[in-house]
Design a protein around this ligand. Structure first.
Ligand code: TRP
Length: 428
């Protein structure tokens, strides 16, 4: 446990209104100066985000000792950023979320199984340069792997591709934790395909897929990309599952620029068994036929051990925040979608209440994405992504038409699409 861990995790017992755990994981519920935990924590980034995480753990039934451990890991990942007062600007212009909070939460709703909570963080967010960001993030992953006994063989095999001497933005490496009720979290790493320059992102991912033995399975996606890159399709993430996953995946995230709902459906055709109509229907119900120009639709192709000659899973990410007036509308989309897939939606409402006390209709962006995963014979799965809003909530949109229009208030990054301009900044 380091200073940040003790500091912000120690405050959580009070912050979430639950007693400190008896396990002794958190020796200090109050600071050395006698200030109460909740008094000093919630106005700092780590304390604020860890309190949200604690309440979300309660929603999914994670017990108190484990909840505390998860909060500690989150604060560890944030490093020096955890202790930053929220009154100061964000530690860096993090691409994790629109208000630059370097944390994002998500709840996934598998059919017939319990909801699963995940948290994404940018470990290098406090660094002043992108090189420093990369060094910090890779070191954080090394520490987590050592702590949990995870091997990093795949990451090591592609490290030269994703850790160049001079990285390009908008990020280097993010970590997501899947918080299960038992055992250590599942760890997922998100790397930047454009880290050696956005113009080289396709060759970077091709090489990484070949090295990991997924060259033949990547071929259909490669062909799809080759004919559209970079005007109509770019690459956003290259992701690796690390540790004891039942079926570890390598994932490639493709951004569809100005795509229609039908185009998104077509993108799912690269995956045998994925239903294009389901994908197009989901897009259509949120943004109409399109084109989706305010924020782009994103596909994720997943690849598992056995090389089948094609990707084994497809996910569509719909940036719902750019196509609704406010979060009440986004929530209503999510609830209808969950109902249609036969999944109880009450954890969604409880999660929203765990994140913020504001009215859902008072802002937009709390629900950032809704996604649908189709993989092999598994039942389709809906996931909702949540912003922390540690720094700000965006006002409701004035105009909710699906076509091109004024910049999305929820975007918060002006009309520039960071995925397209990723190569523009070599160092922050
Ligand atoms: N904030 C970025 C975006 O909205 C990156 C990102 C965060 C993202 N979480 C995501 C992209 C989930 C796709 C899915 O694009």
């Amino acid at each position: 446990m380091n200073a940040y861990t003790r500091q912000c995790a120690g405050r959580q017992g009070g912050a979430v209104g639950t007693p400190p755990p008896a396990s002794g994981l958190l020796p200090e519920a109050t600071g050395p100066d006698g200030r109460t935990a909740e008094h000093s924590g919630l106005d700092q980034l780590g304390g604020f985000a860890a309190a949200q995480l604690g309440r979300l753990c309660d929603v999914v039934g994670i017990d108190a000792p484990r909840r505390t451990a998860h909060q500690q890991v989150l604060c560890d990942l944030l490093g020096p950023a955890a202790a930053r007062p929220l009154a100061s600007p964000p530690p860096s212009p993090s691409f994790v979320s629109d208000d630059h909070t370097p944390v994002e939460f998500s709840l996934t709703f598998p059919m017939g199984a319990d909801v699963v909570l995940r948290v994404l963080a940018e470990p290098g967010c406090a660094a002043r340069t992108l090189s420093g960001n990369a060094r910090t993030a890779w070191a954080a992953v090394g520490r987590l792997a050592a702590q949990w006994g995870f091997r990093l063989d795949e990451l090591t095999r592609v490290s030269d591709l994703f850790l160049p001497p001079v990285p390009h933005g908008p990020f280097t490496l993010w970590c997501a934790l899947e918080l299960r009720p038992g055992g250590p979290p599942g760890l997922k790493l998100y790397l930047n395909p454009g880290v050696r320059g956005a113009d080289r992102s396709l060759e970077t991912v091709e090489e990484a897929m070949a090295r990991l033995g997924h060259g033949p399975a990547f071929e259909p996606v490669r062909c799809y990309l080759r004919s559209r890159f970079p005007e109509r399709a770019t690459l956003m993430f290259f992701a690796l599952d690390v540790g004891p996953w039942a079926e570890p995946r390598v994932k490639v995230y493709v951004v569809h620029h100005d795509a229609t709902a039908a185009d998104a459906g077509d993108a799912a055709r690269l995956v045998p068994g994925a239903c294009p109509d389901r994908v197009a229907d989901l897009c259509r119900r949120i943004g109409g036929d399109g084109p989706f120009s305010r924020l782009p639709l994103i596909s994720c192709y997943s690849f598992t051990g056995a090389d089948t000659g094609s990707p084994t899973g497809h996910s569509i990410y719909v940036p719902v925040r750019a196509y609704v007036r406010d979060d009440q509308e986004a929530r209503d989309h999510a609830v209808r979608l969950l109902r249609e897939y036969g999944v109880p939606s009450d954890p969604l409402d409880r999660a929203l209440a765990a994140l913020t006390a504001r009215h859902l209709s008072a802002g937009v962006g709390l629900i950032s994405y809704l996604s649908l995963v189709q993989a092999g014979r598994q039942a389709p799965r809906i996931t909702a992504y949540f912003s922390s809003e540690a720094y700000r909530a965006f006002p409701p949109r004035d105009d909710t038409g699906p076509g091109p229009g004024p910049e999305a208030a929820a975007d918060g990054r002006s009309a520039t699409n960071p995925a397209r301009s990723a190569g523009a900044s070599a160092d922050q």
